[in-house]
Design a protein around this ligand. Structure first.
Ligand SMILES: NC(=O)c1ccc[n+]([C@@H]2O[C@H](COP(=O)([O-])OP(=O)(O)OC[C@H]3O[C@@H](n4cnc5c(N)ncnc54)[C@H](OP(=O)(O)O)[C@@H]3O)[C@@H](O)[C@H]2O)c1
Length: 227
C-alpha cells in the first residue's frame, strides 16, 4: 500500500505518517518547503516532496501510483488553499485510490448537524477575526468540502472535535451528526484522530461518509456504550 500524506509536517500529519509506517505502508509526504525539517525523524523512511499543497503540478507528481491520499484541509491564508488542495487531489489521484480528508465539526455534509450556541459563536468570531487579518478563510474550507461531497471519487471527510495531546485511547467512535449524544464530550486525542484517518483507508463502510469523531474513552462515548 502506497500512501500520500498531504500536509505531512503538521501535528496531525506527523501522527498519520507514523501510523502508516507502523502498518508498513510506503509513504510520500507533502509539505511546505520551510517545513521539511519537521519531518527529519522520518527522512530515511519516507519520500518527501516539498511545495505548497495547492500546487497542482506538485500534487500530480506526489499522488502518482498511490493507493490512498490523506489530506489535511486547513483554512489558512486567502489564496484558496483548502479548495485548491482538495481539487488537485480529486483531479489527480489514481482512480482506485481512497481519499481521506480532515476538517473540523463546523463542516456539515447534509445540514443536519446541531451545534451549541457556544460552538456557533466561536466559529463566527474565529472566521471574522481570521478574515479581518487575512489569515483564515473558512469560506474556502466550506468550498473545498462542497467539492469533495459532490465528487464520485472514493472519499471520506473525517470531522475532528476539539483536540488534545496524550497517549492513544484507541480508535475514536463516530456519528453522522454533531449534536448526537455520543459526541457531547467534544474531545479527541490528536494521535487518535490520525489513527481514524489511516484506519479509513481500509474501511469501505466509510466511503461517502463524513464521520464526526470523539475519543473512545471520552465521557460521552463511554456513556453511550453502556446504554
Ligand atoms: N486543532 C484543533 O483543535 C482542530 C480541531 C478540529 C479539527 N482540526 C483539524 O485538524 C487538522 C490539522 O490540525 P493540526 O492540529 O494537526 O494542525 P497543525 O499542526 O497546525 O497543522 C496544520 C497544517 O496547516 C499547515 N499550515 C500552517 N500554516 C499554514 C499557512 N499559513 N499556509 C498553509 N498551510 C499552513 C501546516 O503546515 P506546516 O507544517 O508547513 O506549517 C500543517 O500541515 C485540520 O484538518 C483541522 O481542520 C483541528
Amino acid at each position: 500500500m502506497k500512501v500520500c500524506v498531504v500536509g505531512a509536517s503538521g501535528k496531525l500529519g506527523r501522527y498519520m505518517v507514523q501510523h502508516c509506517l507502523d502498518r508498513d505502508y510506503e509513504v510520500v509526504g507533502v509539505c511546505r518547503e520551510q517545513s521539511v525539517a519537521k519531518l527529519d525523524e522520518f527522512k530515511d523512511r519516507i519520500s518527501i516532496i516539498p511545495g505548497q499543497t495547492n500546487d497542482r503540478d506538485m500534487i500530480q507528481r506526489a499522488v502518482k501510483g498511490c493507493d490512498a491520499v490523506l489530506t489535511i484541509l486547513v483554512p489558512w491564508g486567502m489564496q484558496k488553499y483548502a479548495s485548491g488542495t482538495a481539487q488537485a487531489v480529486l483531479d489527480f489521484a489514481e482512480l482506485h485510490a481512497r481519499l481521506v480528508f480532515s476538517c473540523g465539526w463546523h463542516i456539515s455534509m447534509d445540514g443536519k448537524d446541531r451545534y451549541s450556541w457556544k460552538f456557533k459563536l466561536f466559529e463566527r468570531v474565529f472566521g471574522f477575526i481570521g478574515k479581518l487579518f487575512r489569515a483564515v478563510d473558512l469560506q474556502d474550507q466550506y468550498e473545498a468540502t462542497r467539492r469533495i461531497f459532490a465528487s464520485d471519487r472514493k472519499w471520506t471527510v473525517v470531522r475532528g472535535s476539539d483536540l488534545e495531546e496524550g497517549e492513544s485511547q484507541g480508535l475514536p467512535v463516530w456519528s453522522r451528526h454533531v449534536g448526537d449524544p455520543i459526541l457531547a464530550s467534544n474531545l479527541t486525542r490528536r494521535i487518535d484522530f490520525a489513527l481514524f484517518m489511516v484506519h479509513a483507508i481500509e474501511n469501505d463502510e466509510l466511503i461517502h461518509e463524513a464521520p464526526a469523531i470523539v475519543g473512545r474513552e471520552s465521557e460521552s462515548a463511554r456513556a453511550s456504550s453502556t446504554t
